[in-house]
Design a protein around this ligand. Structure first.
Ligand code: PLP
Ligand code: SF4
Length: 458
């Protein structure tokens, strides 16, 4: 589109996407003030965990006075503590010895393999169409299908806690990506129980509008009457709001959103926000207004992360800021056991405490949020609280989503365990030998997921 008002050069520069990664992070002007020690850590850890920032994150979100403890710096830049000390030493030694690219890669890969890169064992949810394996789809919960478009497998910046990192570092062929939207349409016709298609990645909003359109428009036909909600999981509002403002496909992107809404469907942008700072820039606020003006809804979700948002005040502030911009708080997640979990993770009891303290200080309009929730093999499990029943201290849980829909909404009890960080650390309360869903879960998967870590798989 031609604008009659000339755009000042400085504004154009600011809005032009530039990414920063391992090879060029030292050229970031703000890095001049950062100590060599921190830069070395970025170098070492960045060789193992994926690392990508961009000019919006660097110039408008990070408070460089507060580095390294600034939450957005911690969210996007590697820090020494994100690797275990022995892994850090191993990688640093390899770098110091001037090892070749190949050797550096094999050291990095061997460390990565020890970081539980596939906590979700996600191939369990890959459905079939006849004899074709639909590797770009996951169908775990009856109503909602996850779709991984192959062009949406990267992001505008990377989160240092992200469990999808094997997709970015190319560790193996496990890319949940699919080129053909035709197969998706066929599957949806055979599975009329599916009401929601959730585009995920990576970040689907990394796709140019033309490609996005080619994925979305086929879902809008009258024949697919069962598809009532299209959701797009994205961090673009947090990492690159210019996608909806000044990118050359901004207007076209918004027109796709409008088109979905015009067919009478619900379009939900599932926005990933980790900290109130991400809701505070003029750019994000305008982007939110533009999206809302298409008739799309924005719902928000985030994991609870130590060093980034581990205080009740941060969450209360974040929910309030979201609601003020007409964003609907949706999920608070517990981080799963992968990557830098030892750095970001919190025990379930602590997570619940933060949740409760935050939830108590906001009004009902913010309480659309549900959590803290673990996405694990049997479903999404919420920690409802710690209580005492018949003289025993217990943790009360319930399914927000279940592999069997009948499990949803049914409270159950685990013996109190202050050190538990995940469902597989918990045992049933009252001396019972298994949770109510365990037999059925094992029937679903046979021997395949038996063992201690059964619940860590998704
Ligand atoms: C969370 C999730 C969904 C969506 O669940 P909702 O509760 O409807 O938001 C769908 N599929 C998988 C695998 C999920 O983890
Ligand atoms: S935006 Fe999402 S997929 Fe991308 S790095 Fe962050 S958590 Fe991972």
């Amino acid at each position: 589109m031609q604008s009659s008002i000339p755009v000042p050069i400085s504004v154009m520069e600011k809005n032009r996407y530039r990414s920063y990664a391992l090879h060029n992070f030292r050229s970031i002007p703000q890095m001049e003030r950062v100590s060599e020690e921190l830069k070395e850590a970025i170098e070492v850890v960045g060789h193992v965990l994926p690392f990508k920032a961009n000019n919006y994150v660097v110039d408008e979100l990070i408070n460089w006075e507060a580095v390294p403890n600034d939450p957005i710096f911690t969210l996007t830049f590697p820090r020494k503590e994100m690797l275990l000390p022995n892994h850090y030493r191993q990688m640093k030694q390899a770098l110091d010895s001037g090892a070749s690219k190949d050797i550096l890669k094999s050291v990095a890969d061997s460390i990565r393999r020890q970081l539980n890169p596939h906590p979700a064992g996600q191939d369990k949810n890959v459905p079939m169409l006849g004899t074709t394996k639909l590797t770009g789809i996951q169908h775990k919960y009856r109503e909602t299908l996850l779709f991984f478009p192959s062009q949406g497998q990267t992001c505008h910046a990377y989160c240092s806690f992200c469990f999808r990192w094997p997709q970015f570092v190319g560790l193996d062929e496990m890319k949940f990506a699919m080129k053909e939207v035709d197969l998706l349409v066929e599957y949806l016709k055979e599975h009329r129980e599916v009401t929601d298609v959730l585009f995920t990645g990576g970040d689907p909003m990394i796709m140019k509008s033309k490609i996005l359109r080619s994925y979305i428009e086929p879902l809008l036909s009258d024949e697919l009457w069962n598809v009532q909600t299209i959701r797009i999981g994205t961090k673009s509002l947090g990492y690159w709001p210019y996608k909806y403002l000044t990118d050359d496909d901004a207007a076209d992107t918004l027109s796709i959103f409008e088109k979905v809404v015009r067919t009478g469907r619900n379009l939900a942008i599932m926005a990933h926000f980790n900290h109130p700072v991400e809701l505070s820039t003029p750019a994000v606020q305008e982007a939110v207004r533009n999206i809302r003006a298409t008739g799309a809804q924005i719902r928000s979700q985030s994991p609870l992360l130590r060093y980034i948002n581990d205080s009740p005040e941060t969450w209360a502030d974040m929910w309030r800021k979201q609601v003020n911009q007409n964003i609907i708080p949706y999920y608070m997640f517990v981080v799963r056991d992968t990557g830098a979990q030892h750095f970001f993770g919190l025990p379930l009891e602590h997570a619940h405490h933060i949740w409760q303290q935050a939830y108590q200080q906001v009004s009902g309009v913010c309480r659309t949020v549900r959590g803290p929730s673990m996405s694990c093999t049997p479903g999404k499990v919420q920690i409802l609280g710690i209580s005492e029943v018949a003289g025993e201290k217990v943790m009360t849980l319930r399914f927000l989503q279940g592999r069997n829909p009948n499990w949803v909404g049914r409270p159950f009890f685990a013996a109190y365990n202050p050190d538990a960080i995940w469902l597989d650390d918990l045992r049933p309360a009252f001396g019972e030998d298994k949770f109510f869903f365990e037999d059925e879960l094992h029937q679903m998967f046979g021997e395949k997921i038996a063992g201690d870590h059964a619940f860590a798989l998704e």
